[in-house]
Design a protein around this ligand. Structure first.
Ligand code: ADP
Length: 230
């Protein structure tokens, strides 16, 4: 049986979180829960959450902790995520969200928090060339476009540049990451949950590093369990 996982992936915009989270969710057979995708879904369906969130999202501002955590709490209390776990992408982004998340997953705790590390010069290049499918969120770039005329290879949706991938919104999101999200790295380090992973290189190489870190953690847990047995 493939064991599930409760995993959070942190990293700057353009660090490759979305790509890695999809791969990790397949590897561990758990849902990929992306707050960005969920919010874009709300905007698209013109729900009340979506109407409240759209303007802030287009400017690159953060949505309120209450609204985001209400959405996350709903998703993480469903049977699939409760039972096998999840790969959480885009949340938490503030210490308030991290505290709320701790309560949501109780009586379990997170297995690991990955910090996907990529230099800012590289993320700026990646963001400028990033293109996404409006329907399924699959990621492409101007260097690696879909096979046919900006039509998604996965679902056939239209592949476009995101509304918030303008230079101004990118700079705002990166500075909010420094101010609001990077303090979380120490927060998780203190709780012994953080694993820093080099996010440069091919997607396959990065996935191998993340899976390696999780395997190592599980091995340490197993060794400890063996040692405490009578
Ligand atoms: P990126 O990581 O490139 O900013 P996302 O798809 O994760 O992209 O998020 C897009 C936008 O959705 C964010 O700029 C923000 O407005 C909103 N958002 C997503 N997740 C959160 C969150 N956890 N807290 C607050 N706002 C969020």
């Amino acid at each position: 049986m493939i064991p599930g996982v409760r995993l959070v992936v942190l990293g700057k915009q353009g660090a490759g979180k979305g790509t890695q989270c999809v791969r990790l969710s397949h590897h561990y057979v758990v849902p990929h829960v992306s707050t960005g995708d969920m919010l874009r879904g709300e905007v698209k369906s013109r729900s009340s959450i979506g109407r409240r969130a759209q303007e802030e999202m287009d400017k690159g501002e953060l949505i309120s902790d209450e609204l985001v955590m209400e959405m996350v709490s709903g998703r993480l209390s469903e049977r699939d995520t409760r039972g096998r776990g999840f790969v959480l992408d885009g949340c938490p982004r503030t210490t308030g969200q991290a505290e709320a998340l701790e309560k949501i997953v109780e009586p379990f705790s997170l297995d690991l928090v990955i910090d996907l590390q990529v230099p800012t010069t590289l993320v700026l290049k990646r963001l400028a060339s990033r293109r996404v499918c409006v329907d399924c969120g699959a990621n492409y770039s101007t260097a690696a476009p879909p096979l046919v005329n900006w039509t998604c290879d996965v679902c056939g949706g239209e592949v476009i540049q995101r509304e918030d991938d303008t230079e101004e919104a990118i700079m705002r999101r990166l500075s909010l990451y420094e101010e609001e999200t990077s303090p979380l790295l120490d927060w998780y380090k203190e709780r012994n949950l953080l694993s820093e992973i080099n996010g440069t290189g091919s997607p396959d190489a990065v996935t191998r590093r993340v899976v390696g870190a999780i395997d190592e953690l599980r091995q340490q847990g197993a060794d400890r369990a063996v040692r405490v047995e009578p």
